[in-house]
Design a protein around this ligand. Structure first.
Ligand SMILES: Cc1ncc(COP(=O)(O)O)c(C=O)c1O
Length: 460
């Protein structure tokens, strides 16, 4: 195939991916494009290689050019660089940056527990008792009591048989999916599924399809057509969608997975600790048992206020992950004593203080009500702690976030490639400690700013 035909094919692939795959355009990055354009030959070559500089100088890599274009735009607009900004103290409903106290909507710390004295004490005690590192992987000498206590207590809360706690949120999702599914298996995921799950799908090497967001008829169609051709079939959903803030219909998904003898995995990164009358995630929200869902995955960096990831589910499945899945426990170090003890303490507080989650829900409902009354578009958000304000334009989202920052409000723009360009937005993480006054002020600022927003120049 000549280069022109390859480029045409590439454009077609990009277009079709954008249409059918929603946000997953994020996975098409410049290096993917390069690998599609040039198919290296393995025929031995007798001539010495003349390698163009762009293949060994990272400064010429297209990914870096993309980054420097963004930097150039910031500079041109006179925007202060807002990435990797240092903050002082803890980040919760407020955050201190460059000596200014801002209302903060960029922290995952939904319940404010990352700065709770009980949680900090638990982490300090664990450091005193076990040191700063276990010095090993869990199955060798990296095991400490809080690992097992956390797993026992999360299983009890979720109604699952067992659980495994691992060192990273992203990596636990990726490596669990990557190990459980194989070439002879099929993964079907909601088009808005998180990147950590998509990376797991790629690692698995399984066939994969996405279905339009929350379109369960489309999911059923895919299963009716393809189920019989595969061994294991895994359905992936989130408990709360991290960009849109909506909650999928878990009972319907359970029904479907049972009908087609598939496995259902729910990513509870943004649902555990936040949704449901007791704030205990999708099982609490929908009054279903954890036994009805095959894999409940959670991140420890959101409501848990620490770091790591867990998978809860049937004993055989957890056993497989514990003993064989590279990167879950195998070939890696165990979660630190401090992180684990902090997570265990937040789990106990979550369980005994449902008001923390109820306040997130009430604050989010208030935020949405105020925003909608002011004519703002909060898109699909309902019942969770994630609320987008849609701008549909990258430059407007960026300008708005920079302007709000100057007005004492910290929120980040969600831009391509995280979301499609025409779905740019500001994302607000609602915190249990936000006050009504802070929310009122925020909505007023957004509305007033939008009245004087500069027109987009079509650069980003
Ligand atoms: C839906 C979802 N899943 C998984 C993760 C990964 O978790 P962590 O940030 O703890 O690595 C995130 C992180 O933002 C997320 O939003």
């Amino acid at each position: 195939m000549d280069i022109q035909s390859k480029l045409t094919r590439l454009k077609q692939q990009l277009n079709s991916t954008t249409q059918s795959n929603g946000y997953n355009t994020a996975t098409i990055n410049p290096s993917t494009i390069n690998s599609l354009v040039s198919t290296p030959s393995l025929t031995p070559s007798s001539t010495p290689a003349v390698v163009p500089q762009q293949y060994y100088d990272p400064a010429l890599f297209p990914e870096y050019k993309e980054f420097t274009t963004m930097e150039w735009f910031y500079e041109k607009q006179n925007y202060t660089q807002n990435l990797f900004r240092k903050h002082a103290g803890a980040s919760g409903a407020t955050v201190s940056i460059d000596g200014r106290e801002l209302i903060n909507y960029s922290s995952y710390n939904y319940l404010g527990l990352a700065n709770d004295p009980r949680v900090k004490k638990a982490a300090q005690t664990a450091v005193e008792e076990f040191g700063t590192s276990t010095g090993s992987g869990r199955s060798i000498t990296g095991e400490v009591a809080p690992h097992q206590e956390f797993e026992r207590e999360i299983s009890e809360i979720l109604g699952t048989e067992d659980a495994v706690l691992s060192v990273g949120g992203y990596s636990t999702n990726t490596f669990s999916i990557g190990y459980l599914c194989r070439a002879q298996d099929l993964i079907i995921y909601d088009e808005l599924i998180h990147n950590s799950a998509l990376t797991g799908c790629k690692l698995a090497g399984s066939r994969r399809f996405s279905f339009p967001h929350n379109d369960y008829d489309a999911l059923e169609n895919l299963l009716a057509t393809h189920r019989s051709n595969f061994e294991r079939v895994l359905i992936l959903t989130e408990g709360v969608y991290s960009m849109d803030g909506d909650i999928p219909d878990i009972p319907r998904l359970i029904e479907i997975k049972q009908k087609y003898q598939a496995l259902l995995m729910v990513d509870e990164a943004h649902s555990m600790g936040v949704i449901g009358p007791n704030g205990l995630g999708v099982t609490d929200y929908f009054k279903v048992s954890g036994k009805e869902i095959d894999i409940l995955y959670g991140s420890m960096s959101k409501a848990f206020g620490t770091c790591g990831g867990y998978v809860a589910g049937p004993k055989p499945l957890v056993t497989i992950l514990k003993h064989y899945a590279p990167g879950v426990l195998l070939y890696g170090a165990s979660p630190t004593p401090a992180n684990t003890a902090a997570g265990l303490e937040t789990l106990r507080i979550m369980r005994s203080h449902p008001k923390l989650a109820q306040r997130v829900q009430a604050n989010a409902a208030y935020f949405i009500e105020k925003a909608q009354a002011a004519g703002l578009n909060t898109y699909n958000s309902k019942g969770s702690g994630v609320v987008p304000i849609m701008t549909q334009d990258s430059e407007l989202a960026l300008w708005l976030s920079v302007t709000l920052f100057d007005q004492g409000i910290c929120t980040y723009p969600m831009l391509y490639p995280i979301v499609p360009r025409d779905k740019s937005r500001l994302r607000f993480f609602i915190n249990t400690n936000h006050t009504r006054e802070q929310i009122d002020y925020t909505i007023d600022c957004i509305v007033n700013n939008l009245r004087v927003a500069p027109p987009s120049q079509g650069v980003m």
